[in-house]
Structures are given as C-alpha cells and as structure tokens.
Design a protein around this ligand. Structure first.
Ligand SMILES: C[S@@+](CC[C@H](N)C(=O)[O-])C[C@H]1O[C@@H](n2cnc3c(N)ncnc32)[C@H](O)[C@@H]1O
Length: 443
C-alpha cells in the first residue's frame, strides 16, 4: 500500500459516517444482502449458521461490516473487518459498538499482510471500492482468493471504465494543477472548481441528479476519493471477466450497488435496453459477456461494476428457472392489497412497482394472483409447476407440463429481473428486503 494512499485514508476515512446515526438507521449495501449472496453464489442452499465466516477487506468506515454482522448476529456467524487505516477503523468500531455487535473482529492490516498470516478461510469476502486502488489489483484478488473457502464467494465492486469517463477527463484537466500542492490544498482547489461548474461539464451528467455537486461539496472524503485519488484504475465488462480469471474465479452475477444507483443487474441485460427485435436477436446470438459489454457502452450509466465471484462457474443462470427443489420467494414482498388489486384489475394493463423506480408491466387477473400467491417460499419449483399445470391452467389435450414450465419461466423472469424474487431451499435463508414492498398500479 503506497504511503500516499495510506495518508489519504488516515486524513479522510471513507465513506463519511457518523456513529451517532446508527440509532436512526441501518444501511444495507445490496451487494452484501445474504439472500442475494445465497441465491447467486450458493445455489440458494447455504446454511448461514455459527460456522459462517465473512471477511470485509478494506472495510472503510464499516458499511458492509455492519450490515453483514447485523444479518449474522442471530445465527452466530462472524465478520472479520480488515482495514489498514486507523482513522477508518475508529469510526467502524464506534458504529459496531453503538449497535452492540459482538460478532466482529478488527484487523489493522493490508490485504497482502493479512493473506500472509494464513487465517482460517472465509465463506464470503466483501471487497468494495478497494482493489482498483491497489498498485497491483490482480495480486490483491489472488491474495483474497487464497483466504476463500473452496465453495466460498466474493462480492466485489470496482470502478467502471466507461461510466467513469467524466472523472478520467476531470483528472486529465486538473493534473497540471496538482503539482506542488498537498492533499488539503488539492481539495481546496477542487472545491473551488466544483462550486462554479459549467452546466455542460460531464461530471453533472455522471452524477445523474441536480443535487449531486451540492452533495459532493458537503462531503470532503467523497471529493477526495472520487477526484483526487493517487492510485486507481477502472474496468470495462470484458476487463471484469479478465480480472476474475486472473485469480481463476468466475463471474457468478453482476448486481447492484448503492450510491451511484441504477447499476443493478437489469442494466446488463440487452432485453432491458434494446427495443428493435432484429437487433435484439442478433445480439442474443453473441456470448453473454459481449451482450453485457454492449449494455455497458449503450447505457453509458455504469460508473462501477458490482459482481459476485466464485471458483466454480455458475453459468450466470439468472433468467432461467431455479433448480426444481428450490423454493422461489418474494424477496421484495407484495404490499397488503397486492393480490386484491391484481384481481380487481382483471384484464387491464397494470404496473408492478417497488417504489425505487423499477417496474414491470403485466395484465391483471385472478389467475396471475393465484399463481403469484403460490410463491410462498415453501412450494418448490417442481411443486409450482404441478400446481400451475393441474389447478390453474385449463386442461387441454396438449403437453400441459411444458406450458406450465414456460409460463412459470416467464413469470419468474419478470419477477427476478429486479431481484423481487429469489430462490432458496424451502426451509433455507429467505430473509426479505426490509425496505421495499411491491404494489400494483393501474396504467
Ligand atoms: C474507497 S474505500 C472503500 C471502503 C469500503 N469498502 C466501502 O465500500 O465503503 C477504500 C478502503 O480500502 C482501504 N485500503 C486501501 N488499500 C488497502 C489494502 N492494500 N488492503 C486493505 N485495505 C486497503 C482504504 O484504507 C479504504 O478504507
């Protein structure tokens, strides 16, 4: 770890957090939501019990550590928080104390120092916003892999090359002005530039909302991390795949990350971006990584990539049905009137929304309501196919089983698109999203 990077995080622990706020709210980084990790990395079959060990590498001021420790506290799972910056660790420790978390151990080391100490291996490793700041990110990933269990998984976030062009350009612009200034002076200069930004500056577009620059100006660690970091690199989609293979790992799924919203896995799916049927067919014939790479440049909205890595190739089977013995469940639960609303709006176009900008359109009706009610986290895929075939679809002298499978596949694809539904063992880890519910809206 270079001296400059070390000093940066001692001066500006990242992200800016006040331990007092733990009384009022729990931040839940979506990358580390264990229902998601279970679905994408462990085939829905992981037992999260007191043997479960999570590592948060480069834990900063503690967001991922807190969220993982909160989810694991009742089952006795543990979290190791690894962070070389004492100033960051101080904030993270105070947050854990404010929550009364006793399942966290704190290690004041770099990734490579920690890997050399040969600790007991981990089931899940979070490393978000760290590897792209290492002199040798591939070495960092290999070090992390060396402390991952054989069937373990990682949740990684790195900068996205294309969506971050505004920052690259900004850095080229200020480079000649940085010389001879220490970090606080560089910050002061950057604040001056940001407070009078021309309206066509690319940073404004990247920020995505009118309050972006105002928010930045209230958050020095964010300015420093975003615009003044001495060591950083970025990856495009193909770069992410190359990065994974450099440590003999596979991309199990791209996923979402908070802060720069809108980088959820739906953005990596050509079907959500390309309208023209002929082009869509042409693109669909390409390898998945090429489709995702197309999405990155076509959408232009991926300043970062968040993804899961596993040793075994899980084939990114995101849109096909889960295994027959798994139980699909609503990770984002329907609100109280959801099923009644669907019935009341029979035959009419409706939007299903989760309150965070994600929506799918459907036609309402009692059959859809009956089918969705069967996704209770107990019925397995095999059982739902049988219910659909025998009780919901009309009996006709054709292969009802394949119609049932196809119907279920279509419903699953719609509800899995934004992770509204995930799948796990019927008696497995099926903790739902505590922040959102699904509602039906007439169009
Ligand atoms: C941008 S912050 C991200 C913090 C946290 N992961 C998050 O997402 O909120 C990067 C963190 O990585 C830490 N870091 C930098 N180099 C490291 C290394 N070689 N080993 C472990 N941590 C490192 C820094 O001290 C800093 O806290």
């Amino acid at each position: 770890m270079s001296q400059k990077v070390r000093e940066l995080y001692e001066l500006f622990p990242y992200p800016l957090r006040d331990p007092q706020q733990e009384k009022d709210r729990l931040l839940m980084p979506p990358l580390d939501t264990l229902s998601r990790v279970n679905h994408y990395c462990f085939g829905g079959a992981k037992d999260f019990d007191d043997s479960f060990r999570a590592l948060v590498a480069g834990g900063g001021t503690g967001d991922s550590m807190i969220w993982l420790a909160e989810q694991l506290r009742d089952v006795g799972g543990s979290v190791t928080y690894l962070e070389p910056s004492s100033a960051s660790t101080k904030v993270a420790r105070a947050r854990a104390e404010a929550r009364g978390l006793s399942n966290v151990s704190f290690v004041n080391q770099t990734i490579s120092e920690f890997a050399k100490s040969k600790p007991e291996a981990f089931d899940y490793i979070n490393c978000a916003g760290v590897l792209h700041h290492l002199e040798d990110p591939e070495e960092g990933l290999r070090d992390l892999t060396s402390v991952l269990k054989a069937d373990g998984a990682m949740g990684i976030m790195v900068y996205g090359e294309h969506g971050r062009l505004a920052v690259t350009e900004w850095r080229k612009m200020i480079e000649p002005l940085l010389e001879g200034k220490d970090l606080p002076q560089q910050l002061e200069m950057t604040r001056t530039l940001l407070s009078a930004l021309p309206e066509d500056n690319m940073l404004l577009k990247m920020g995505g909302c009118p309050g972006f620059i105002k928010g930045l100006l209230e958050n020095d660690p964010e300015i420093v991390d975003l615009l003044l970091h001495p060591v950083e690199c970025a990856y495009d989609v193909h770069g992410v795949y190359r990065f994974a293979s450099s440590a003999e790992l596979h991309v199990a799924a791209f996923t979402g990350f908070f802060g720069f919203g809108g980088t959820g896995k739906a953005h990596y799916n050509i079907e959500n971006l390309v309208r023209d049927p002929a082009l869509l067919r042409e693109l669909a014939a390409k390898p998945l990584c090429d489709q995702q790479a197309f999405c990155e440049r076509f959408s232009g909205a991926m300043p970062l990539h968040a993804f899961y890595l596993t040793r075994e190739d899980k084939g990114q089977t995101t849109e096909v049905l889960p295994d027959a013995e798994l139980a699909p469940y609503f990770f984002v639960p329907p609100n109280k009137t959801f099923f009644d609303d669907l019935v009341a709006l029979a035959g009419q176009p409706v939007l299903i929304e989760d309150g965070s900008g994600n929506a799918v359109d459907l036609t309402g009706g009692p059959d859809l309501a009956r089918l969705l009610a069967v996704f209770d986290g107990k019925n397995t895929v095999a059982q739902i196919v049988a219910i659909l075939r025998d009780e919901i679809l009309d009996t006709q002298p054709i292969d009802m089983n394949s119609i049932a499978v196809n119907t279920l596949g279509a419903v699953w694809a719609l509800f899995h698109k934004f992770d509204w539904m995930l799948a796990a063992k019927p008696d497995g880890w099926q903790k739902v999203d505590g922040e959102r519910t699904l509602r039906v809206r007439k169009v």
